[in-house]
Design a protein around this ligand. Structure first.
Ligand SMILES: Cc1ncc(COP(=O)(O)O)c(C=O)c1O
Length: 429
């Protein structure tokens, strides 16, 4: 309880969980960026993990089908686990495009990936259960908080493309309830190699063999929201396809949002052991977290349209990769010129992992940049470039790495943004 100025104890007004929710650094940055834009500044805003629909519209065939579904009056409640046509279409799509085998009855349709993830957390975890996940990573800390679980973030390394290794996670598993992995990963845009994922899978199997049904299993939550967005021969791997023995312990989150630039449509899904999916279905239906019915009807049809899906994905990947590669090459050129930048070659998703280490440098105005927060501020205010520091995704505040998102990036603004960065870096001593 809080003390009032008069010394009396103030009763809590909300739950301890709600009271102690931490705000999002990305949202805080968004306010700051909007304020600068309102004051007339030109900001290249590469912070947003979303798409500008004017640049990246949803597939035309999906849009048409949504309009038709609405006109056909598909406007009542869908079944709690999603319409059977969509669950069958997701099963078909995953088999065709990713080689993943999942029965339609082991799929739960939700309103985007987030409710699927929330249902995974609260159906598997008891208060104070430990969840192990790499940092930087997207929102696991918040889901732990909502589930009253204990978050164990394990810092990953640039030499491993910020993907966790078995050696890094091993010391944390014996009393853990769940491991949360994501590939392609937000914020890094990097993926597990087959070998890297195999080693982690073996670790989880080993731990479950040790528990041998005596304790609650160690679950693996696998977020593959960006799986179809990989570039230049990079492949997506998933745990159950590599080790079918993992099936009883593995629950996936996935959806249309990122792969079809459809973040506002709110169609996502989870899949895993049927008994767990059944529990998640009950939770999801109490929240009312089903995907809108017109979108479900439309997506069911669209996902079976191989030619529309492939055509869309081919051009979408090409456009995202073109932007990522352009920034990557520009930054590597600056690095070769001796400027303090670095980047990891793009592999997937809409994110580039960029290092800008200006700590200890002085601005022409005589200000020393002491912390990564000072650097972020310099990039925003002096270069007009907004990037999200990895510490916003749970990495150490010392980390000098950033996420650059190309989801709202116009081709014609890339060179201007790079040149502003070059000028900004060259001014420092
Ligand atoms: C890794 C990852 N998983 C899941 C989601 C949630 O996606 P949705 O918009 O479908 O809720 C996001 C969104 O940014 C994400 O980055």
């Amino acid at each position: 309880m809080n003390e009032t100025s008069a010394g009396a104890v103030k009763p809590p007004t909300v739950s301890r969980m709600a009271d102690s929710l931490v705000g999002s650094e990305i949202i805080r940055m968004a306010w700051e960026i909007n304020d600068l834009i309102k004051q007339g500044a030109t900001i290249f805003n590469f912070t947003i993990g979303d798409f500008d629909p004017q640049i990246f519209p949803i597939p035309h065939e999906l849009e048409e089908r949504i309009v038709t579904a609405l006109r056909q009056k598909h406007t009542n409640y869908p079944p709690a686990n999603g319409i059977p046509e969509l669950r069958r279409a997701v099963s078909f799509f995953l088999k065709q495009m990713a080689g993943i085998t999942v029965h339609a009855d082991d799929i739960l349709i939700t309103s985007g990936g987030r409710p699927a993830i929330y249902c995974i957390y609260i159906s598997l975890l008891d208060p104070d259960d430990k969840v192990v996940f790499p940092v930087p990573s997207w929102n696991n800390n918040h889901y732990c908080h909502l589930a009253r679980a204990v978050a164990v973030g394990v810092e990953t390394k640039p030499e491993n493309h910020f993907m966790p290794t078995a050696a890094e996670l091993r010391p944390h598993l014996n009393d853990a309830a769940m491991v949360a992995l994501c590939s392609p990963q937000n914020p890094t845009g990097t993926v597990f190699s087959e070998q890297g994922l195999r080693e982690l899978c073996e670790l989880i199997l080993e731990e479950n063999n040790r528990r041998a049904g005596v304790r609650k299993p160690l679950y693996l939550f696998y977020d593959q929201m960006y799986w179809a967005l990989t570039y230049d021969g990079v492949r997506h791997y998933d745990p159950v396809s590599l080790y079918p023995e993992l099936r009883p312990f593995t629950i996936y989150a996935d959806g249309l949002s990122k792969v079809f630039a459809a973040t506002g449509l709110r169609v996502g899904w989870a899949f895993g052991p049927r008994s767990i999916i059944e529990k998640m279905k009950s939770i999801s239906s109490h929240i009312g977290a089903w995907a809108p019915k017109p979108e479900q009807v439309a997506a069911a049809d669209f996902l079976q349209d191989n030619s529309a899906v492939s055509q869309f994905l081919t051009q979408f990947r090409q456009q995202l990769n073109q932007r990522l590669q352009h920034f990557y090459r520009g930054l590597m050129q600056m690095k070769d010129e001796g400027l303090p930048v670095n980047a990891i070659a793009p592999q997937a998703a809409l994110y580039l992992t960029v290092q800008i280490d200006l700590r200890g440098r002085r601005t022409p105005e005589g200000r020393t940049l002491h912390t990564t927060a000072d650097v972020t501020d310099y990039l925003l205010h002096q270069c007009g470039i907004a990037l999200v520091p990895f510490y916003a995704f749970g990495a150490s505040p010392e980390s000098s790495w950033y996420r650059l998102s190309v989801g709202t990036c116009k081709l014609e603004e890339m060179d201007e943004a790079l040149s502003r960065l070059r000028v900004g870096l060259s001014r420092l001593r």
